[in-house]
Design a protein around this ligand. Structure first.
Ligand code: GDP
Ligand code: GDP
Length: 455
């Protein structure tokens, strides 16, 4: 094992004591064609242009993990969502409003070569009202001759315009320094404090599955006064709800309660909110409508949770509408569409009648316990030793990779690193994952296995 590997092994304890702080959200806002997507690509260091030409194309992904000089943040990209020109003004404003609502810091992009337009002014009014920190981006300043155009944007009254060329990269370093300066200082919640403290839950799912009904049923009479619980990062859009004798943070409940208008951009808003809520949470409850066929939108939300590495509970709502026929199809759907997440606890309930509402807490607790779980290195290697002896990796081209050692590098979710003498096939990695789950549980949490090749 190399030095780096040994550091990783040590890192086990380090990762355990590191506190989980949700990264701050930076939203890139502005009217179409000012260069938002170009700027996002520049910040993420993506080569391929994701600048979309096709009208009506919706993207799944709206937020991305980003980093600048050691500071991690979540970048929300609102570019590429505008679909047609009619009523554009209103829609830009509406889109900006959602993004501003979610953001800790807003990057407001203006095309300096055009100057501020009436649409820009409209967004400026929203920004003033929201009172969030704003970093003003004067884009398309491709060379020194454009600097004067940037200066003209002082007139917007949003402070210093930062001249950049998203296309060529000019000025983007200084811009990101300004963004980092504007980020809120979030106190890391120490592990010890968090042990007994409220955990963060996201209630997500496609529109009309019953999120607000369930939230009302759960929160109903039991809303806790926030100040009663000390030592937590709080956000006015989160709500403290007492369930099963303990408080839980339900994140972004404002987004659930304030129903999104069914405009052409509704998918976008829903997707944006969902992603943001998942990232803020430790465990997500994905609500699906048991009375209707599972849709692609449902499975997409489930994938978002898994990809974000959060604990997962699937709640089948509207169970009061269930009949024998539907139940038959439901079981087949679960086998067909949810095989990838067989490990997720499923709860059948009815937000309307309150039936089985109490089953949610045990499922949340199970999923979180798995998410936090750590397998001691000794046990892990004893397990792998037996597994490999009974089922060695298949021989390929006369060679057979040997597994040398494994360790759990981190928790939340559990991440394993396997050291081997050669690349392990995807099928064999899945086999290891399946056996890990059979042996150690991990009900309700995604797990990750990566392989490091050592000669
Ligand atoms: P969005 O609609 O705000 O996401 O804007 P896009 O990122 O799609 O950019 C709109 C157009 O402006 C594209 O043709 C870009 O290539 C161009 N553009 C973006 N940034 C710059 C820049 O810094 N300089 C110049 N000259 N063009 C840019
Ligand atoms: P949201 O968009 O996910 O927040 O969904 P809502 O909570 O607004 O619910 C959408 C519709 O489904 C409303 O008409 C609710 O009354 C109805 N609904 C929610 N939960 C249930 C349930 O458990 N059973 C039945 N029959 N209807 C429900």
């Amino acid at each position: 094992l190399g030095e780096e590997d040994l550091a990783l092994l040590d890192g086990g304890t380090e990762a355990r004591s590191a506190a989980v702080v949700p990264p701050a959200t930076v939203a890139v806002v502005g009217r179409p064609n000012v260069g938002k997507s170009t700027l996002v690509n520049r910040i993420l260091g993506r080569r391929e242009a994701v600048v979309l030409d096709t009208p009506g194309v919706t993207r799944d992904r709206v937020s991305y993990p980003a980093e600048w000089s050691g500071h991690a943040f979540t970048l929300v990209d609102t570019g590429g969502w505008e679909t047609d020109v009619a009523g554009l003004d209103a829609r830009v404003a509406e889109q900006a409003e959602v993004a501003i609502d979610l953001a800790d810091v807003v990057m407001f992009v203006v095309d300096a070569s055009v100057g501020a337009t009436a649409t820009d002014e409209r967004v400026v009014r929203l920004l003033r009202k929201a009172g969030k920190p704003v970093v003003l981006v004067a884009n398309k300043v491709d060379g020194p001759s454009g600097e004067a155009d940037a200066l003209a944007l002082w007139n917007l009254g949003l402070g210093e315009p930062h001249p950049v060329s998203a296309l060529h990269g000019r000025g983007t370093g200084d811009l990101l320094d300004a963004v980092i300066d504007a980020l809120p200082v979030r106190a890391a919640v120490p592990e010890g404090d968090r042990e007994g403290g409220p955990r963060r839950v996201a209630l997500v799912g496609r529109p009309n599955v019953g999120k607000s009904s369930l939230l009302n049923a759960l929160a109903g009479t039991q809303r806790v006064v926030v100040d009663e619980v000390a030592g937590t990062t709080r956000d006015p859009v989160d709500e403290l709800v007492e369930l099963g004798d303990r408080p839980w943070w339900f994140v972004d409940t404002a987004g659930i309660r304030r129903r999104v208008h069914q405009t052409s951009g509704a998918d976008f808003y829903a997707s944006l909110r969902t992603q943001a809520a998942i990232e803020k949470a430790e465990v997500a409850v994905v609500l699906v409508d048991a009375s209707a066929p599972l849709t692609e939108q449902d499975t997409r939300v489930i994938s978002q949770v898994v990809e974000a590495g959060r604990a997962l509970v699937i709640a089948y709502n509207k169970w009061d509408l269930m009949d024998e026929e539907r139940r038959f199809y439901l079981e087949r759907e679960i086998e067909r569409d949810l095989v990838q997440v067989q490990w997720a606890p499923r709860v059948n309930l009815s937000a309307r009648t309150g039936w089985h509402r109490a089953k949610l807490v045990p499922a949340l607790e199970t999923a979180l316990a798995s998410w936090d779980a750590r397998i001691p290195t000794g046990r892990l290697n004893a397990f792998l030793g037996e597994l490999v002896a009974a089922h060695p990796h298949p021989l390929r081209g006369g060679k057979q990779p040997r597994i040398l050692f494994a360790t759990q590098a981190s928790t939340r979710p559990p991440r394993f690193v396997v050291f081997a003498t050669g690349f392990l096939e995807a099928g064999y990695r899945r086999f290891i994952e399946r056996r890990l789950r059979e042996t150690f549980g991990f009900e309700g949490t995604p797990i990750e296995i990566s392989v490091r090749v050592r000669e």
